[in-house]
Design a protein around this ligand. Sequence first.
Ligand code: AMP
Ligand code: MG
Length: 347
Amino acid sequence: METTVLKVNWDHPEKDKISLAASAIISGKIVVFPTETVYGIGANALDAAACRKIYKVKGRKSDNPLIVHVSSMRMADKIAIIPKRYRRQIESSWPGPITFVVRARKVLPRVVTGGLDTVAVRMPRCRIAIDLINTAGVPIAAPSANISKKPSSTKAKHALKYFMGKVPIIISSKDSTYGIESTVLDLETFEILRPGAFTAKSIKSIFGKSPHIYVPPHTIKSPPRSPGLKYKHYSPSTPLFAYTGDTIIAINEITSGMKNFCFVGSAESCRRVSAPHKISLGSRRRKATIAKNLFAALITLDGIGAEFCIIESFDNKGIGAAIANRIEKATNHRSFSTRRELDALLR
Ligand code: AMP
Ligand code: MG
C-alpha cells in the first residue's frame, strides 16, 4: 500500500492537509495522527469495517476496545451516556490526557467497544487531532499507533517505522507532549483502570475525591475489567529487566564482566553507571521528561543489538505512577537487585 506522509504544523495545522486526512477517515480509511499523549491510529468510530482495519494492522485482539476521540461534548453525547453528576468535572478535565469509561450508546459498533456495554471516551488537546475530528465530523476511534505489544510511538519517525506501507495516510508532526497514554478512569466505580498522563492528584482536585486504583486480578478465570490489561504490552525485543536495588552505583558491581548490555535511566544515573550502551531519559528531577522519553528509548533500544537491558525504577508519585506502570509492563514484571537474581533472569 502506498502511504502518503503529511507534514503538519503542530500549532497551526494546514487546512488542506487536515481536509485530505479527514476525507480519508470519512471514506472508511485509517489515518495515523499525533495527539498530546502518543501518536494514534484512527478510523471513523461509527464505521465497523473501518475500525476492524485498525485491529488488523495493529495485530490487536478483538476484545481489546478502542478509545473514541471526540472534539465536543455534543459529539460525546451522541456516542455515550455522560453521567449528569460528573458532567461539569468532565468538561473541566477536557480537552486533555484523561479517558472516561461510561455507558455506550447503540450507534457505536460492537467492534469499537470490544463487545462491552461501556465505551472509553476522550477529548484530546492536540490541535491536529481536534481539527481532524472536527473536519471529519465524526468521532475517531484510535488506539496507540504501535504494533500490538510493542512500545507506543511518541515520535513521527516511530509511527512511520511501524506503519509505512500499511496505512494510506500518516500525519507527521512534533513529538507527543506527554509521551505516555491517557489515564483511563471508570466513572461507574471511580477507579483508575490505567494510570496515565493525568495524575490522581489532578482527578482529586477536579472531582473533589480521590480515585481508587484498580488492581487487575492475576487469574485467567476472572478477566480484568479493562480488557487491555490482560495483554503483554510495550515490550522491546531486547530482554528488559528493572533494577530495584537501593543504590544505582551497585549496578556496576552486579554487571561486572558483562559485555553487551544497555542501561536505560535518568541522566544522573547514566553518569554513574558504566555500561557499554546507555540511553538517558533526561533528568530525574523532571519526571515529565522521563515520561516523554520512555517509549522512544525502548524503541531505540531495539536498534542497538544489546543482549539485554537494565532499566532504572522510578517512584510512584504523580506521573511516576504511569511511568512505573509502563516499566512493569515492558519488563513483564521482571526485576532484580542482586547478581544472583540477574543471572537467574538471563538463564
Ligand atoms: P490504547 O487504545 O492502546 O491506548 O488502549 C486503550 C485502553 O483502554 C486499553 O487498556 C483498553 O482495555 C481500555 N478500554 C477501552 N475501552 C474500555 C472500556 N469500555 N472499559 C474498560 N477499559 C477500556
Ligand atoms: Mg496501546
